[in-house]
Ligand binder design. Structure first.
Ligand SMILES: Cc1ncc(COP(=O)(O)O)c(C=O)c1O
Length: 378
């Protein structure tokens, strides 16, 4: 079956008891046993498994083309669980030179104290990842593409080869692209990470995370940690993400179309010194993005003439673009990464420029978005 069909049906057979075409929200913690160990539907306790979460996990695996999906309470919970399942204290991990600030904070402030050693790559290119890998010692290579917030692009297939040659697994954070635009497992990645809070949920009404794994044995080990650590998605949150995924394809088409027109406005605007969007021919990752993505996505950043104060001013002036953290919802958002989403990377190798503004272009009427940005840019 094709993507759009899987997104609506995978893991979601009509309910056996009632015929309901949408999976019920199984708001339940425990399940009656018919005698000790006699489980009726395979469920015993909802941290271990819950039918609404199972529906989401099966759908996630299907839309990413993986063997197993696992749903978590947040993207960071998924990341933390994965890293503790894959690594031991003393292991080495390569992380991107640009990444979501909370991901960097997890490595630098939490997992480093646990004893995980990490090296940020010095760029998005394959050579930068090659230089950062220590063959035999590196257990995990972590890639975010496109990156948050600089929209850097990394060649997933090439870095998968590098990681595997070094005896490491490749993890790809696919949050910015979504599985509709990019399928890392088909390109050789071992594990996909999502903040389902973003495009998969799609409506800014849920916080969630996901892992999709290509290998059954590795999936068993991570699933063991999911249960043992307990940061699972609750039934209602799982249901919201499941509902969001049904419309992912049509939403992404509109996000991409609107974003391309917003880029046209920003490029050449006298108040903008640089536009960071992989769809631009001059973007250093354009060719790789064109090869591994179906379209270039709804996220972009731009640098502002006049520095940090001018960037903050623009963020404060928009009316349709809401000034808020997060991304990937139907509504357009604007933010200042240096003071908001990436404040935790200040003073680190992942610090972002102060003159940077990030946009999550929504699916509103394009004319309203263009009018709003035009007035905000002045
Ligand atoms: C690319 C990326 N990965 C991971 C996360 C973390 O996800 P969550 O906020 O759901 O924990 C975010 C959050 O903004 C993100 O943008």
């Amino acid at each position: 079956m094709r993507f759009e069909t899987l997104a609506i049906h995978a893991g979601q057979e009509p309910d056996a008891a009632t015929g309901a075409v949408v999976p019920p929200i199984y708001q339940v913690s425990t399940y009656k046993q018919d005698g000790v160990g006699g489980l009726r539907g395979g469920y015993e306790y909802s941290r271990s498994a819950n039918p609404t979460r199972t529906a989401l996990e099966e759908c996630l695996a299907a839309v990413e083309g993986g063997r197993r999906g696992l749903a978590f309470a947040s993207g960071l919970a998924a990341e933390d669980t994965l890293l503790r399942a894959l690594c031991r204290p003393g292991d080495h991990v390569v992380i991107p030179g640009d990444a979501y600030g909370g991901t960097y904070r997890l490595f630098a402030q939490v997992l480093a104290r646990w004893g995980l050693d990490f090296t940020p790559s010095t760029g998005d290119g394959v050579d930068a990842f090659r230089d950062a890998i220590s063959p035999g010692r590196t257990k995990v290579v972590w890639v975010e593409t496109p990156t948050n917030p600089l929209l850097g692009i990394t060649d997933i297939a090439a870095v998968a080869d590098l990681a595997h040659d070094a005896g490491a697994v490749l993890v790809v954070d696919n949050t910015f692209a979504s599985p509709y635009l990019q399928q890392p497992l088909a390109l050789g990645a071992d594990i996909v990470v999502h903040s389902t809070t973003k495009y998969l949920g799609g409506h800014s009404d849920v916080v969630g995370g996901a892992l999709v794994l290509a290998d059954e044995e590795l999936a068993d080990r991570v699933a063991y940690h999911q249960n043992a650590m307990g940061a699972v998605a609750g039934p209602f949150d799982a249901w919201l993400v499941l509902r969001g995924i049904k419309t992912l394809g049509v939403r992404m088409d509109r996000h991409c179309a609107n974003a391309e027109r917003v880029v046209d406005l920003l490029v050449g605007h006298p108040g903008v010194s640089e536009v960071l969007y992989p769809g631009l021919a001059e973007h250093p990752g354009h060719e790789v993005a064109a090869k591994q993505m179906k379209a270039f996505g709804g996220m972009m950043s731009f640098r502002v003439v006049g520095g940090e104060d001018a960037a903050v001013e623009i963020c404060n002036r928009t009316k349709v673009f809401t000034l808020a953290e997060s991304l990937g919802g139907v509504e357009s958002l604007i933010e200042h990464p240096g003071r908001m989403t990436h404040a935790s990377a200040a003073g680190s190798p992942l610090e972002v420029p102060g003159d940077l503004v990030r946009l999550s272009v929504g699916i509103e009427a394009l004319e309203d978005l263009i009018d709003d940005l035009t007035q905000a840019l002045g």
